[in-house]
Structure formats: structure tokens, C-alpha cells
Design a protein around this ligand. Structure first.
Ligand code: NCD
Length: 329
């Protein structure tokens, strides 16, 4: 694997290897000194052309914990506003000695273009391209789900995670909300099914993309019926992406209240979930819209753990793409 562009590109074995490496990274993060010397002398460039809090900080923390130097580039305040192209920007950064480029961009395919256009010759990690893919998010979600699922299924309780099993065989994941605009949903459908999970998407018809017949998942429109029928092990609430909706002229649902009533996770729906089910959200959350504050802060919520796992997963990705041969953890 030279780049990490899409969750779809990962085989079962590659996904498991990444998740196992992320677990090994996580184990180093409870030490008093968290830093590992693995990527000393390497430079990771974070190119964020779209807003981000978690993903950008997480990639930066991951690279620094592995002792790499980090250069942060944000679209705002750069020569992009003077019309500089992605190609020129990328070449400038490579000329400054980048050993890997992490890119987030509003255009679908931007990471693929950077990796394959021949402009630069270093590993490219996709940190989100438009509504298309966000592979490290899918990996951190799989890590969160796998840890918990294996502890719950193997030890019969849902307390502290036991040693994680290798995959998500039979796990039932329900993903709810703005699927249309969500690279997180697409990436999760790809990766979770590769790992053996059963994925069900729930959304209003206006928030589902066309061409879903090809997706390896079930699709439903009614959340209450889905919870009752599927009895999910995990429910993942998606952010209502209002910025992409207003750019498209709006009109995706009648009102925020109506959306919350039909598709929001509240106390009643929380109570209808199986007792063991966990609650996930990629963040940033619209509290009061797709999830109530009470559900977001529920003891079963894994939102904060997802963020922590994001650092371990990105350490694993950088390590596997960048460490020199023989450079052990
Ligand atoms: C997601 C993204 O940017 O795609 N957030 C994230 O990476 N933590 C989801 C979102 O913005 O809703």
C-alpha cells in the first residue's frame, strides 16, 4: 500500500493489520512519555483546504507522537486565494521536503489526483475529499466498534475492552441521517462490510444519493422501525451538513424540528436500542438536531473514545506508509 485514498481499497487483511497496529499504538499512548522515535527526520505536510478540527489536530498529534516534523497548510490565508492551483501548492510542499501529504479538499477525487497525477512522489493520505471518502474516519470507527464488540460478544459484558478480535463479523451497525453529503457514511459502509459487519442506512429519501443499489448495505426510511427490526449493536448518527445543503439551495427536509422528530437520537429512541448498543458520531455534533445533548452524553456514547482512537489510527497509517524497513515499533 503506497497511499491511503479510499476505505474501498483496503482488503480484509490490510484493514485488520491497520487496526492491530492502531491497537499497538494505543497501548503506547498510556505511557508517561507518549512519543516514539519511529518517524524521526520525516516531514508530514497537512494540507487542509476545507475546515476541520478533529481530523487536522489528530493527524498533527499522530505525526508528532511518532517524532515526525509537521507542516500545517490551510487553504485560508494562503496563495490559493491568489488562484494558485492544487498542483503548484503540492509541488511547493514537496520541494520543502515533504515525506507524506495529508489532504482534505472539497472536491471529490482531490486526494486521488494528488497521488496519481505525477506531480508529487510521496504517500498521500486522504483526510476527506468532498462527499466521497474519509478512510481514517472509517478506520477509527471500526476500531471503536471492534474493541467494544469483541469485549461484548466474547466476554459477555460490556465493560473494559478485552483483547480485540480480528474483525466485526456479524456486528449490526445502523448509520442515520445525511448520507447524501457524508463521506463518513460511504467509507464506513465500505470498511465495516469488508470486516464482516451488517450495515443499515436510515435517511429521508432526499438525503440518500442515487445509485445506492450498488452499495453493500440495507436502506430504510423509518428509524423507529429499523431500530426495532435490526436491534443494532451500534448506532452512528451523521451530522446534518447544513453548509453543503445551503450551497445546494436547501429544501432537503421541512424543518429542523421535523428532522429531529423523525431522525434524531433522543431519550425514547435510546431506550428502544438494545441495552448493550453503543452510540457513535464522527463530530462535529449538532446537539439538538441529529442527537440530543442527553444522548450525546449518554454512558453508552463513544464519541470521545472515537476521537482518541483517531490519533492511534492515524499513527498506524503514518507508520505503515512511512516507516523505513526494519524500523520497529
Ligand atoms: C466528518 C467530516 O469532515 O467528514 N468529520 C470529521 O472528520 N470528524 C463529518 C462531518 O463533518 O460531519
Amino acid at each position: 500500500m503506497k497511499h491511503l485514498l479510499s476505505a474501498k481499497d483496503l482488503s480484509h487483511a490490510e484493514a485488520v493489520a491497520l487496526l492491530d497496529t492502531a491497537e499497538a499504538m494505543a497501548a503506547t499512548q498510556s505511557r508517561a512519555v507518549k512519543k516514539l522515535p519511529t518517524l524521526r527526520g520525516k516531514t508530514v505536510v497537512n494540507m487542509f483546504f476545507e475546515d476541520s478540527t478533529r481530523t487536522r489536530l489528530s493527524f498533527e498529534a499522530a505525526a508528532k507522537r511518532l517524532s515526525a516534523d509537521v507542516i500545517n497548510f490551510s487553504g485560508k490565508g494562503s496563495s490559493l486565494s491568489k488562484g494558485e492551483s492544487l498542483k503548484d501548492t503540492a509541488q511547493t510542499l514537496q520541494a520543502m521536503g515533504a515525506d507524506a501529504v495529508v489532504v482534505r479538499h472539497s472536491a471529490c477525487g482531490a486526494a486521488h489526483l494528488l497521488a496519481h497525477a505525477g506531480w508529487i512522489d510521496v504517500p498521500v493520505l486522504n483526510a476527506g475529499d468532498g462527499t466521497h471518502q474519509h478512510p481514517t474516519q472509517a478506520l477509527l470507527d471500526a476500531m471503536t466498534l471492534r474493541r467494544w464488540y469483541n469485549s461484548a460478544t466474547h466476554s459477555g459484558d460490556d465493560g473494559a475492552p478485552a483483547a480485540p478480535g480480528s474483525d466485526l463479523d456479524g456486528a449490526k451497525l445502523v448509520i442515520v441521517g445525511d448520507v447524501l453529503h457524508s463521506r463518513v457514511a460511504r467509507s464506513n459502509v465500505d470498511l465495516a462490510t469488508t470486516l464482516g459487519a451488517q450495515v443499515t442506512l436510515v435517511a429521508p429519501p432526499t438525503l440518500l444519493p442515487i445509485g445506492m443499489e450498488d452499495w453493500p448495505c440495507q436502506v430504510h426510511y423509518d428509524l423507529d422501525e429499523t431500530i426495532a427490526e435490526v436491534q443494532p449493536d451500534a448506532i452512528m448518527m451523521l451530522r446534518v451538513q447544513r453548509e453543503r445543503m445551503s450551497a445546494a439551495g436547501g429544501g432537503f427536509f421541512p424543518s429542523p424540528q421535523e428532522y429531529s422528530r423523525q431522525y434524531g437520537l433522543d431519550a425514547t429512541r435510546r431506550a428502544a436500542l438494545p441495552e448493550h448498543a453503543i452510540i457513535m458520531h464522527p463530530g462535529p455534533m449538532n446537539r439538538g438536531l441529529e442527537i440530543t445533548a442527553q444522548a450525546a452524553d449518554d454512558p453508552r456514547s463513544r464519541v470521545v473514545e472515537q476521537v482518541a482512537n483517531g490519533v492511534s489510527v492515524r499513527m498506524a497509517c503514518l507508520y505503515l506508509l512511512l516507516a523505513d524497513e526494519g524500523n520497529q515499533l
